[in-house]
Design a protein around this ligand. Structure first.
Ligand code: HEM
Length: 285
């Protein structure tokens, strides 16, 4: 859970909530300005049974048993809630390094280096501030995007590590392909033709302008539902869905990673500001 966007903690479980656009169907004036159902992007194959929803309840714990228990109790204290979909995730090699949350995804790559390392920058990239034309109650909250991305791990694992690294644009451990350490900036300007880091690699398309990183904060989870259904529960926070997620997602169309991934679900949600009493009352404390 991203610090500051959590709503409640009970025992070993952190709980958070995000509200979908349909939550506001009877009170449209309260709907955060950019909130809408997640569109289908090029290459998506969205399965309605694991997409959208009035509310996203997010439970996080170091203990699987505590999580199950919290999910059961939540549904029993909220009898009007009907579970639309549910997915379990995990963060392998989860750690914080230089202020960034890092974890290893099912493609064996460490993720999180491109995130901000200071709380101030997290706020700059992700938190709604006054003057953005949002309803007053939404200031201090954040837009969250969830994408359930299924990975073709068999296909991926047939490629050499070198090929995989050229598709992502970093070494598995995070170092840049021009040799720059992972936490520093690569020199893309000296590699205009993509000799070191291919122009259609993930990082090159995701963040081409190294001085202006995409205004988003990512924190994804891996999932594995068996029978080859495994991948990433991509999750990111931003203060503006178009400038954040949507701009990057459109730039990623045509990336060399595309043939290994398929987005099958997820949604757009709004995470209310900490201390918002009416949304906190939706969660057990
Ligand atoms: C489809 C599955 C995806 C995989 C396997 C993946 C993997 C990675 C990896 C390994 C990195 C490099 C380390 C890091 O900075 O975290 C990265 C960076 C990044 N990814 Fe993804 N990602 C995926 C989807 C997405 C999506 C859907 C978006 C946004 C629309 C996105 C946006 C970014 C951004 C902004 C960076 C930082 C680039 C930088 O600062 O250099 N990724 N991703």
């Amino acid at each position: 859970m991203v610090k500051g966007f959590g709503r409640a903690r009970e025992g070993n479980v952190n709980a958070g909530i995000g509200l979908g656009s349909s939550f506001f169907s009877e009170a449209p004036a309260l709907r955060p300005r950019h909130l809408k159902p997640m569109p289908s992007f090029s290459g998506d194959l969205l399965d309605e049974s694991q997409t959208h929803g009035d509310a996203l309840v997010y439970l996080e714990s170091g203990s699987a048993a505590d999580l199950e228990d919290a999910a059961r109790r939540l549904l029993s204290v909220m009898p009007v809630w009907r579970q639309r979909w549910k997915i379990g995730g995990f963060r392998k090699e989860n750690r914080t390094q230089g202020g960034k949350w890092l974890a290893r995804n099912p493609f064996h790559f460490t993720e999180g280096f491109g995130n901000p390392d200071s709380e101030r920058e997290v706020v700059d990239r992700a938190v709604v501030v006054p003057g953005q034309g949002e309803p007053d109650w939404a200031e201090g909250g954040s837009y969250q995007v969830i994408r359930i991305v299924r990975f073709a791990t068999d296909l991926w694992d047939r490629d050499s590590v070198d090929e995989q690294e050229r598709i992502i644009g970093r070494r598995r451990e995070g170092r840049w392909l021009d040799g720059t350490p992972g936490e520093e900036q690569p020199n893309f300007a000296a590699d205009l033709h993509g000799k070191a880091t291919p122009l259609d690699s993930h990082v090159r398309l995701a963040a081409p302008d190294r001085r202006n990183p995409p205004p988003m904060v990512r924190r994804s989870y891996s999932y594995d539902r068996g029978d080859g259904d495994s991948g990433l529960i991509f999750s990111c926070f931003q203060r503006d869905l178009v400038q954040g997620f949507e701009t990057v997602q459109r730039r990623l169309e045509g990336e060399s990673l595309a043939k290994y991934v398929l987005t099958i679900g997820g949604g757009y949600f709004f995470v209310p500001p900490p201390g918002d009493s009416w949304t906190e009352s939706l969660l057990p404390s």
